[in-house]
Design a protein around this ligand. Structure first.
Ligand SMILES: *Cc1c(COP(=O)(O)O)cnc(C)c1O
Length: 413
């Protein structure tokens, strides 16, 4: 059974004090998980997690992760600004973007971030934008084809817009070397929300072998290998969380088998996890506002896809519990909806739940990553607030809800 990280009474109190809807984050869960990740990769002295800012772009969250030794992975100008304002600088910032505007490269260079190029043509774009090529550069690899794991096809890199081909990597590395690059990195992101412990080890195998081959073909030494994001979390109650120690151990074995014999045992391993770092440590709490009985049974919430887009956008499953009714039998079949004029604005379809009455608090689980962040303003809906449950049990407002003034701020009358 999936339980919220705060008990029913606590959630009731928070809802009374702050009003619904809100995203609530769990400081102690975030810290515990970040520590477990570090421990799993402690065998690599250069290991660093660069939290993917896009997953949960809130400075209070970034501060917690910073205290746990994480850097940040940014993908845009505004995310770079957020990193700067949260006091990240230099090697603590990874900049992994695509179709990158020149001004984004300029800000990344100003912050001395590690730039991860998405394409061979970006070498010239970067040189044009900032007038030089930094001594440390990373390149994103797209191996093409299909990523297969023992449990089936995971994804289709050949269809993805990201990264260099191998031939482009070899040419790009030579070119970058001639432009003064001293430290090379290699990055790849092949699968999203992977729940198998084999994903990272298998990706590590691809990247480690590619690093060795690049060193042979170009004489350029790869000093860091970025396994990027992609480790998944069990959104469904019957799914099992990955054992991060096994993941770290699987990567270590590849490192020992491939990099050490090639004399590359000084390479650092980086990650850019987003979902794995935050998703389970956030939930969206809403109030059941209306009930409706037509051809199906509906419960309409005071939250909508503007607060959590994943179900509407990907048909993603998010577990739902009714506060205080966790142990009641799931005897009613509901569609749990928001109020958008869009029939895909449903947090759950045909979900068996305890009987819900208007006023009940509805908890939508695992919204800590790619939740609030993906929100939008369709139908003039305003995005919810974000709250942080501190380790001492206190609750902090870390982002207020949007107001009509925010909605009108970009308009001319
Ligand atoms: C989105 C993204 C991540 C994080 O992905 P998760 O699935 O949340 O782990 C990491 N790196 C890059 C470049 C990304 O675009």
């Amino acid at each position: 059974m999936k339980k919220p990280f705060a008990n029913a009474r606590k959630l009731e109190e928070i809802a009374c004090e702050f009003g619904t809807p809100f995203h609530l984050y769990d400081e102690s869960g975030i810290r515990r998980n970040a520590r477990a990740l570090r421990k799993a990769f402690a065998w690599n002295s250069g290991f660093k997690e660069y939290f993917a800012v896009k997953a949960t772009p809130n400075p209070s969250i970034l501060e917690i992760l910073k205290e746990e030794g994480c850097g940040v992975d940014c993908s845009s100008y505004t995310e770079l600004m957020l990193a700067e304002r949260s006091d990240f600088y230099g090697a603590d910032i990874m900049f992994s973007s695509n179709a990158t505007p020149e001004e984004d490269f300029r800000l990344a260079a100003k912050l001395d971030a590690t730039i991860n190029l998405d394409d061979i043509t970006h070498i010239d774009v970067l040189k044009q934008a900032i007038g030089y090529i930094p001594e440390t550069i990373s390149c994103r690899y797209n191996p093409g084809g299909i990523m297969e794991l023992s449990n089936g096809v995971m994804d289709n890199p050949g269809d993805a817009k990201y990264g260099f081909t191998y031939a482009q990597l070899a040419e790009g590395f030579r070119r970058l070397k001639s432009l003064g690059v001293k430290t090379f990195g290699l990055h790849s992101f092949l699968v999203s929300n992977a729940l198998t412990e084999l994903y990272y080890p298998q990706l590590a195998e691809v990247l480690f072998k590619t690093a060795v081959r690049l060193s042979e073909d170009t004489g350029c030494r790869v000093k860091f290998i970025n396994l990027s994001g992609g480790i998944g979390i069990p959104y469904r109650p019957e799914q099992k969380a990955v054992d991060i120690d096994n993941v770290g151990e699987g990567v270590r074995q590849m490192y020992e088998n491939i990099l050490i014999p090639a004399g590359m045992g000084d390479a650092a391993v980086f990650t850019e996890l987003g979902r794995y770092m935050l998703a389970p440590y956030g939930c969206l709490v809403a109030t059941a506002l209306r009930e409706k009985h037509i051809y199906k049974e509906y419960i309409g919430l005071d939250a909508c896809a503007a607060d959590l887009m994943r179900p509407a956008m990907y048909g993603a499953y998010h577990h739902i519990t009714v506060n205080g009714k966790e142990n009641d039998p799931a005897i009613k079949k509901y569609d749990i909806t928001g109020s958008l004029c869009e029939n895909n604005d449903k947090f759950a379809i045909d979900r068996m739940l305890p009987e819900i009455t208007p006023g009940d608090l509805i908890i939508i689980h695992d919204t800590g990553a790619h939740g609030y962040a993906m929100g939008y303003n369709y139908n003039g809906k305003l995005k919810s607030k974000e709250l942080l449950l501190r380790e001492d049990g206190s609750v902090e407002l870390i982002r207020r809800a949007e107001t009509p003034d925010d909605y009108f701020a970009t308009l001319n009358f």
